[in-house]
Design a binder for this molecule. Structure first.
Ligand code: UD1
Length: 418
């Protein structure tokens, strides 16, 4: 089992570059299936979740090729509408193939998806939306079957919560449906906008992505396209949190600065100087951060739940108390338990976590329990006394192309060993 060994108390200095966004490229790869076209994606990060998506596409009959961070998918040869359980269980995003396959093939058979364990993660919004688009959906023996032999038809769909995955499934499925779909209370995440940009680049007709109402006029024909995946905003937060907790100076290039607007004020409040110029963010941290009053995770443009663990690790050694309220997932504080093993003082109660900043953390063996918790432990390890051992780092690989190599290039000392 591979582990990371993070030597703490080393300052960082230098420049890093963001990779393509995991949460953007995964639905885009699923959307390739609906287009049935040749697609060339640039800035496609090398992540295990991306590998799984490519394996699903290959299983469906598509041809996939990677050269560096370019990925070519030919979905013209797609000949299967079933995704087997071992692939489905590898990640949450596999559920987005449901809309793509139903719209393209008139049927789909999938199992329930896997992904990070953050509490109950129902898929009712996905299934209800496909029903509204005219599919017959059945759930039996752990299999989800969708059937729409005459094709899908446009509909009015209102989500009771702006689910990112459900919005993406609807965008993909409705782009090939007959007629117009009007989606209200849609997720407004930048990755939803990136997906709509990709589908439109392939010939779809989607307007309003990034707002709460999205209108999708179904089209029959798509065309080949070349597309560049947007930068990963959570990777940017990870780099900035690493710099902040170590009292460092760091510039992160190739970011989407606008997508960081809910997170950057937290860095300012904690005492960091932050400068944005073009697509770069520079951060200069004080010797010790200040606690921040209240962080509430919200759908975009609110503070991202994916940034919560990273910012909590960063504030574990801040002066004063910080309070978190997790409004998106019911069980997303597992990292708090691990951080406490390192000497943090974090109390959690339901959706609330209270972080009493401590003078310093000490190293010990800890375990990544999900993707962002793993990255948060790495951030904490950078500031801890001694060498922190992190297990289950396969979680981190799901969402970061080269996190430890990147941090080592600016002064960290992180080793990966068996
Ligand atoms: C996506 C992101 C994930 C991020 C999350 C919230 C990807 C691959 N993953 O996950 O990193 O943390 O958005 O920003 O893009 N819900 C329902 N019924 C549904 C669907 C969702 O009740 O059918 C609930 C969920 O349980 C959760 C909330 O809605 O409480 C948000 O989930 P959702 O936005 O769907 O997250 P994901 O798309 O799974």
């Amino acid at each position: 089992m591979e582990k990371l060994y993070v030597e703490g108390k080393r300052g960082l200095r230098g420049e890093l570059v963001c990779h393509g966004a995991k949460n953007s490229v995964l639905p885009i790869l699923a959307a390739c299936a609906v287009t049935g076209q040749e697609v060339l994606l640039h800035n496609c990060p090398a992540l295990t979740d991306v590998d799984i998506s490519l394996q699903i596409l290959a299983h469906l009959g598509c041809e996939c090729r990677r050269e560096g961070n370019d990925v070519a998918v030919d979905a013209g040869t797609l000949c299967c509408a079933q995704v087997p359980q071992p692939l489905m269980l590898q990640m949450r995003s596999s559920i987005v193939f449901l809309g793509a396959l139903t719209a393209r093939c008139g049927e789909a058979c999938l199992t329930y998806p896997g992904g990070c364990d953050l509490g109950a993660r129902p898929i009712d919004l996905h299934l209800d939306a496909l029903r509204a688009l005219g599919a017959q959906v059945t759930e039996e023996h752990g299999l989800i079957s969708c059937s729409a032999p005459e094709g899908l038809r446009g509909a009015s769909i209102a989500l009771y919560f702006p689910s990112v995955g459900a919005t993406e499934n609807i965008l993909i499925a409705a782009s090939r449906a007959r007629g117009r779909t009007v989606l209200t209370n849609a997720a407004q995440e930048p990755e939803v906008v990136d997906l709509a940009r990709f589908l439109n680049a392939c010939g779809a007709n989607i307007s309003g992505a990034g707002e709460s109402t999205i209108v999708i006029e179904g089209v029959e024909d798509f065309h080949p396209c070349e597309f560049t995946v947007m930068p990963d905003r959570i990777e940017a937060v990870t780099f900035l949190a690493a710099a902040a907790i170590t009292g460092s100076v760091l510039t992160v290039h190739k970011t989407d600065v606008d997508s960081l607007r809910a997170v950057l004020p937290i860095f300012l409040e904690s005492g960091c100087q932050v400068t944005c110029q073009g697509d770069s963010v520079s951060l200069r941290a004080p010797e010790r951060l200040n606690g921040v009053k209240m962080i509430r995770t919200m759908p975009y443009p609110g503070f991202s739940t994916d940034a919560q663990a990273l910012v909590m690790a960063m504030l574990a050694t801040a002066k004063g108390t910080s309070v978190f309220v997790e409004n998106i997932f019911e069980n997303r504080y597992k990292h708090a338990y691990e951080l406490n093993k390192m000497g943090a003082n974090i109390k959690t109660e339901g959706r609330m976590a209270v972080v009493e900043g401590v003078e310093g953390l000490t190293s010990c063996p800890v375990t990544a329990t999900d993707l962002r918790s793993g990255a948060a432990l790495l951030v904490a390890g950078l500031a801890a006394e001694g060498v922190t051992e992190i297990g289950h780092i396969f979680h981190i690989r799901r969402g970061y192309q080269s996190l430890w190599d990147d941090l080592n290039s600016v002064g960290a000392k992180i080793e990966q060993r068996d």
